[in-house]
Design a protein around this ligand. Sequence first.
Ligand code: ATP
Ligand code: RIB
Length: 308
Amino acid sequence: MPTPIVVIGSLNYDLVACGPRIPVVGETLVGRRFFEEPGGKGANQAYAAARLGGRVKMLGRVGDDIYGRRMRDNLAAAGCDVSGLLEIRDCTSGIALIFVGDDGANSIIIVPGANDRFLPADVAAQAEALAGAGIVLLQLENPLETVAAAALAARRAGARVVLDPAPARALPDHLLAAVDVLTPNETEAAILAGRPPARLAPAEAEPIARELRRRGAGAVVVKLGEQGCLLDAGGAPQLLPAPRVAAVDTTAAGDVFNAALAVGLSEGLDLAGACRFANRAAALSVTRLGAQACAPARGEVESFAAGA
Ligand code: ATP
Ligand code: RIB
């Protein structure tokens, strides 16, 4: 029986414009397509984990608007327990404005709304939701003190803490020390190391992962886009390649990766096995548009693995 997964994190309603490329400063482009859908890193991870067969509960905050209700309904339809999602009165839900270019790359501005009203005391008030949790998934779209409180509460409850340090920001060592698996992408890894955001070769990711472990993280998985991921769990670092696919939209690839990582761990896979499963699920996700719409079902990942 897989152990339960609890996601403590953000929900944003995504408004997405697809165009030939992402505009430069001051430029106006004519887009090819617009769509809207539930998103947010926390909700994307919860939704994708449920689609992959995880037993998922989410704690988070939405505004008292139509977006909040749609986001809750979408998670519930995927099979998530949404009893820990609370509505804040007179507050807007989180919103994300997303541009997607023809090459699948994206750029995003988020307006946190209710996500910023999820406070450390709220985590304490909902701590009973962590009883029996095997894995707790965290991201950085809520206040940093809330994320730190959630990591400590998860540790106290005996769960493994997986932190996706996105959107990128510097992190204190006391938070890293409460994290079992830290999963930066390339730019987040660079920023955590105090370097300008940049794409990284696996050889450049290795010393950063080592340093993040020295600062307290139990293991580090650097997500390297089409290169797959680099796993440093204390022994020799392993580069685990992603399957080759034609990318259409990389939005939420990192979220699907973390969701699959959690599902793999909750089913008893070791970290390398869970990373391989996550590479397959995330590679499938980039072949589709959207943040939650792109999340593959368990059977799709299994057929993909069998054909790979
Ligand atoms: P996002 O912020 O858009 O959610 P991310 O930048 O956090 O994503 P990436 O490193 O781009 O994360 O991708 C996460 C994972 O998705 C990779 O580790 C890999 O497994 C898979 N992936 C991403 N892009 C591709 C691709 N072009 N081909 C195959 N797999 C990919
Ligand atoms: O990781 C993708 C997500 O980032 C989007 O759904 C958007 O809401 C932002 O939070």
